[in-house]
Ligand binder design. Structure first.
Ligand code: NAP
Length: 287
């Protein structure tokens, strides 16, 4: 998979440390333009989801653009996610729909997007059973080769322990919000102990952290952009990231992470920002 740094998954496959986030990327032309910029800048991983409603456009863009860069399907790592509306007995159908929208024979990674079920309250007692049904469906498609790795997203330590206790195939990846203000200490430790790859989303705090005074100071000291500092903070700890931008220059800028290092002092200062701040959805109440 080219020369991009990767992390080793418990399936034996390698996942790029840098992937393109695609939440709120929509429309055929915009998706094509951003995927083009990403492939040109060295991105080899793409993160979508049924709820992003861009799987079809991402699939078309990749099919049309991979040959331009001398790449094939095997050179890229594509992730999608099960929509909360398909959690439970519709999970197999949901995964097959994602594959068909993307026009792919297999996904490199498929995640349960959310521990709850759409239309059910967070404390609905059917939530754990629906999660288990979804996981069994994902295990089936994994065994058939359609989902090369399976995992979860937005799971709390309790959800992850429940899954690890009851699964036949352990999750390869946990994708959660992670940035200097949200260190996710317990989840990271649990992933480390159980061989689950911890992957970050919203590394820029959905954009909010780009104006943080400390981030700005570190960026100025390193002669880097605030986005590069935030992404480097995660990847320097071995945590894969998925920055999203609708602007080709920013997509390029966000990929320039390998030619600099944050000093220990800067890493520690950023790590001290942890205050449990979430910018995205919070799964803490889902039973
Ligand atoms: N599993 C989940 O539940 C979940 C939840 C959230 C996100 N994700 C995944 O993670 C990806 C990233 O998370 P995210 O989209 O929430 O947020 P993010 O990557 O933390 O931040 C994206 C925001 O930052 C701006 N931005 C990006 N690069 C920039 C730069 N170099 N300079 C200035 N502004 C910049 C973007 O604006 P412009 O677009 O205008 O440049 C956008 O508003 C998503 O796209 C998705 O693939 C997963």
């Amino acid at each position: 998979m080219d020369s991009q740094p990767t992390v080793l998954l418990n399936t034996g496959a390698r996942m790029p440390l840098l992937g393109l986030g695609t939440f709120r990327l929509c429309g055929r032309e915009d998706t094509f333009r951003i995927v083009d910029a990403a492939l040109a800048s060295g991105y080899r991983a793409f993160d979508t989801a049924a709820v992003y409603r861009n799987e079809e456009h991402l699939g078309v863009a990749l099919r049309e653009l991979l040959p331009k860069y001398g790449l094939t399907r095997e050179d890229v790592f594509i992730t999608s996610k099960l929509g909360p509306k398909d959690q439970g007995s519709r999970a197999r159908e949901g995964a097959l729909h994602s594959l068909s929208q993307l026009g792919l024979g297999y996904l490199d990674l498929y995640l349960i997007h959310w521990p709850g079920t759409q239309g059910r309250g967070v404390s609905d007692p059917s939530n754990p059973g629906n999660r288990a049904l979804s996981w069994a469906a994902l295990e089936g498609l994994h065994a058939q080769g359609s989902l090369r790795a399976i995992g979860v997203s937005n799971y709390t330590p309790a959800h992850l322990r429940e899954l690890l206790d009851g699964c036949a195939v352990p999750p390869a990846v946990l994708q959660v919000e992670f940035h200097p203000q949200l260190a996710q200490g317990e989840l990271r430790r649990l992933c480390g102990e159980t061989g689950v790859c911890f992957q970050a989303y919203s590394s820029l705090g959905t954009g909010a952290l780009l104006q943080d005074p400390l981030v700005l100071r570190v960026a100025q000291a390193c002669q880097r952009t605030p986005a590069q500092v935030l992404l480097r903070w995660a990847t320097q700890q071995g945590v894969p990231v998925l920055p999203k931008s609708c602007c080709p220059e920013r997509v390029r800028d966000n990929a320039r992470l390998l030619d600099f290092q944050l000093s220990l002092e800067h890493m520690e200062a950023l790590t001290k920002m942890d205050c449990g701040q979430k910018y995205c959805w919070d799964p803490a109440g889902v039973v």
